[in-house]
Ligand binder design. Structure first.
Ligand code: HEC
Length: 113
């Protein structure tokens, strides 16, 4: 009986350790593209991609509904990775290539809304 309780207790401990671990890794890597966009891009590009934020207007960010006609996915990924001009920084240091692809995909998706 006692042994069985110890078994359950240690099982619970492993389970909660796993929960904490997955919460931590989710924070670092498992963020959704929408979260990353809201965190890193929306200040300038706007939640809707129109660039009509205070910063976006100041830096003359264009609406994704226009820029999507000029840049394909590869070009946008390149800009998001390496940056463009003085005001658009590259995100190679902050984001993994997979996160950059996902967030560019999300950004382009805003043009279709
Ligand atoms: C500090 C403001 C700022 C932030 C933050 C920012 N951008 Fe930009 N972005 C700009 C500006 C300004 C341009 C236009 C640059 C030019 O054409 O010279 C631009 C251009 C772009 C372009 C080129 C096509 C287009 O639609 O204009 C892409 C793609 C892009 N940004 C993606 C992103 C992504 C993805 C993020 C977040 C990971 C992001 N940007 C964050 C300011 C910003």
């Amino acid at each position: 009986m006692l042994q069985r309780r110890i078994g359950i207790m240690s099982g619970l401990m492993i389970f909660s350790a796993l929960l904490v671990w997955s919460a931590v890794t989710a924070g670092a890597q498992g963020k959704s593209a929408a979260d990353v966009y809201g965190d890193k891009c929306a200040v300038c590009h706007g939640a809707d991609g129109a660039g009509k934020t205070a910063k976006g207007k100041k830096l003359k960010v264009q609406d994704v509904r226009e820029t999507i006609k000029k840049f394909d996915v590869a070009q946008m990924t390149d800009i998001a990775t390496k940056g463009k001009g003085e005001n658009m920084d590259g995100f190679a240091k902050d984001l993994t290539p997979a996160q950059i692809s996902a967030v560019v995909e999300y950004y382009r998706g805003l043009a279709k809304k």
